[in-house]
Ligand binder design. Sequence first.
Ligand SMILES: Nc1ncnc2c1ncn2[C@@H]1O[C@H](COP(=O)(O)OP(=O)(O)OP(=O)(O)O)[C@@H](O)[C@H]1O
Length: 328
Amino acid sequence: MTDAGAGSSAAPDLAIATSGLTKTFGRHTAVDALELAVPRASVFGFLGPNGSGKTTTIRMLLGLVTPSGGRAQVLGEAVPDRLARVLPRVGALVEGPAFYPFLSGEANLRRLDAADPLASPRTRGARVAAALDRVGLVHAAGKKVHAYSLGMKQRLGLAAALLAPRELLVLDEPTNGLDPQGTREVRSLIRSLADDGTTVVVSTHLLAEVEQVCTHAAVLRAGRLVAQGTLDTLQGAARRRVRVLTPDAGAAIAVLRGLGLSPEPADPDTVLATWPAAGDDREVPAAPERLVAALVAAGVRVRGFSAAGPSLEERFVELTGEGFDVAP
Ligand SMILES: Nc1ncnc2c1ncn2[C@@H]1O[C@H](COP(=O)(O)OP(=O)(O)OP(=O)(O)O)[C@@H](O)[C@H]1O
């Protein structure tokens, strides 16, 4: 599938692969030796607090900013060297779409389509109609854009990105500023694009966005990658814990430690214990009922017991050291 020439992909299953990708602005390192691996056909959440380097990374991948170091491949081609081969296959919504407010949505799309030298004027009407249909804006095609809601404008931006068939869509904060209805519209559109096999990269500071639409995610902190993988793996790596309410805290700690957990007293009659971190392959009973049975068998008076896995949110706060906007 890929040719053997310079810049062709060594990892054809990846839509984006970077190695040591770095960007410095003066003495400030905005993106620091990034090793990103975005699988094809994934919905990939690029998550990090404001200022963590998401936009700068995306701008490097799209050739809008020159990297200070490292390498990047998009759809199997080295960027920025082979950008001309990559860009026609990539749709992007990065700066927030700019439309003529006193033209209709349809007229705006026609203007954008006309600006693409690869787009045949003969099939323009069909392309514009298909793009409007894709984002559910056929009913508003003739309406002037200034009368569109923010959600409609954002969907029109997606329609513009979809005028040509795309293998990869890159969306920077796609629901920023949208009301809950607009947010739902854009998220469901992202899911349906992914269902058609398009790889979608969604940069966001909203954890809910990642939880609701993404199959994979990477977490950035101060320009550095702190975690990457499927949502299941990221969540699975989180350590589960149990809370035991007992007047025999010392004995409970001994039993739990004997079973391979890491217990510690929380207050005089409460013990908290965590399972080993992911990657540690010690045999530890996973079922909470086995822990309770072992405690009772050892004569520990168990007055309360609960087992919980941390949420994805707790996990990401742990990774980035910062809170996230969880709503909407
Ligand atoms: N052109 C620039 N000149 C100087 N510093 C910049 C420039 N662009 C970005 N930065 C800095 O690089 C860091 C990363 O910014 P970036 O916009 O990539 O982060 P982000 O994660 O996308 O955050 P946000 O969600 O706020 O856009 C920030 O400290 C920012 O101030």
